[in-house]
Design a binder for this molecule. Structure first.
Ligand code: NAD
Length: 358
């Protein structure tokens, strides 16, 4: 397949590109605006492989309709997997506008460009075309601790500007299917973690702060529960959905690994104590510091993934304990990837070095 991936220099997008190109041999056009969250170094494994010719990096915006149209036509795209977004809840509270611009308006522009292209395809290519919209379980909002899991019929009730903007984009994608017949599919996934994770998110932030002996901020009492999924399991689910999922459907993807934030932070502390013990023998759990909870902080997200398991045969292959261990080891062994992020030298200069085609 020739697949247009948006946001492929981000955390999940880069894992997806590595999978599609290196494992499956698909041809990928990777459109990314290179916001602060992008990192071209996450694509080095592709650049340095003998499949580098299958990956075309394009620095650009999903809202640039002429650019998107020309990429769709030039590369005769068979499927779009849309991940480009502003993705950090805390940033959405401080500045919601860019979330609405990218996640809502950007998605509507992208849908418009893709629909025009799709309308011009020959009958068989038109029938096989797919637009997979990658969304989050946060659109379902606050799940009480004793409530049953989210599933494909759970009503939307987003709590943050981020989740509201993703909910809006999900509705647009669904409407484009109902109104224009575009073969769209929506996936809503739980919290991801793994290698190449930008260190503003909980798990990489705690790993790097703990390594440097800094405080480990935990919101409220740390009782909030998330259902953690290893990023490579998510990438595998997305590939399966784009090739075998049914248009017009939604698939929920989850790790079946509910943990409180405090449990996650404590586990990271213990792993670091095991791999790089403090010289004075103290434990890193002593660095945990509880901070005022953020507004609209949902108590719990948890996914019932039985639909994707029954229809497409997907289930997570990585346990949380193994995945977290692997992630901690990856950060210990890949300082060259994360160190430049703190120094702010990780995007443009790499683009300069590698040129626009990466
Ligand atoms: P990320 O922030 O790491 O990456 C987003 C990427 O999109 C970046 O590379 C950025 O440069 C790019 N981008 C932003 N605006 C753009 C624009 N206008 N045009 C082109 N590119 C643009 O995000 P992520 O964690 O990899 O998440 C990817 C997608 O998956 C998002 O849509 C997010 O809502 C969804 N999701 C994330 C999680 C999670 O736990 N991280 C869980 C479920 C769903």
């Amino acid at each position: 397949m020739r697949i247009l991936v948006t946001g492929g220099a981000g955390f999940i997008g880069s894992a997806l590109c590595r999978r599609l190109v290196l494992q499956s041999g698909h041809e990928v056009v990777n459109l990314d605006k290179l916001t602060y969250a992008a990192n071209l170094a996450s694509l080095d494994l592709i650049r340095d492989s003998d499949r580098a010719h299958l990956h075309h990096f394009v620095h650009g915006d999903i809202a640039d309709v002429p650019l998107v149209t020309s990429l769709l036509q030039k590369h005769e795209i068979d499927a779009v997997i849309h991940l480009a977004a502003e993705s950090h809840v805390d940033r959405s509270i401080d500045g919601p506008s860019v979330f609405i611009e990218t996640n809502v308006l950007g998605t509507s522009k992208l849908l418009g460009a893709v629909t025009s292209y799709w309308n011009g395809l020959a009958v068989s290519r038109k029938a096989n075309f797919r637009f997979l919209h990658v969304s989050t379980d946060e659109v379902f909002g606050d799940l009480p601790f004793d409530a049953s899991l989210f599933n494909e019929t759970t009503p939307y009730a987003p709590s943050s500007p981020y989740s509201a903007s993703k909910a809006a984009s999900d509705h647009l994608v669904r409407a484009w299917h109902e109104t224009y017949g575009l073969p769209t599919i929506i996936s809503n996934c739980s919290n991801n973690y793994g290698p190449f994770h930008f260190p503003e998110k909980l798990i990489p932030l705690v790993i790097l702060n703990a390594l440097e002996g800094k405080k480990l901020p935990v919101y409220g009492t740390g009782a909030n529960v998330r259902d953690w999924l290893f990023v490579e399991d998510h990438a595998r689910a997305l590939e399966l959905i784009v090739s075998k999922g049914r248009p017009g459907e939604t698939y929920l993807i989850g790790g079946n690994s509910e943990r409180t934030n405090l449990e996650v932070v404590q586990k990271i502390c213990d792993l670091l104590d095991e791999y790089v013990p403090n010289t004075e023998g103290s434990t890193r759990r002593a660095l945990i510091s509880f901070v005022t909870d953020r507004p609209g902080h949902d108590r719990r997200y948890a996914i019932d993934a039985s639909k994707i398991r029954a229809e497409l045969g997907w289930s997570p292959s990585m346990t949380f304990d193994d995945g977290l261990r692997q992630t901690v080891r990856w950060f210990l062994e890949n300082e060259l990837w994360w160190r430049p992020i703190g120094e702010g030298t990780y995007r443009g200069d790499r683009l300069g070095k590698t040129g626009a085609a990466h």
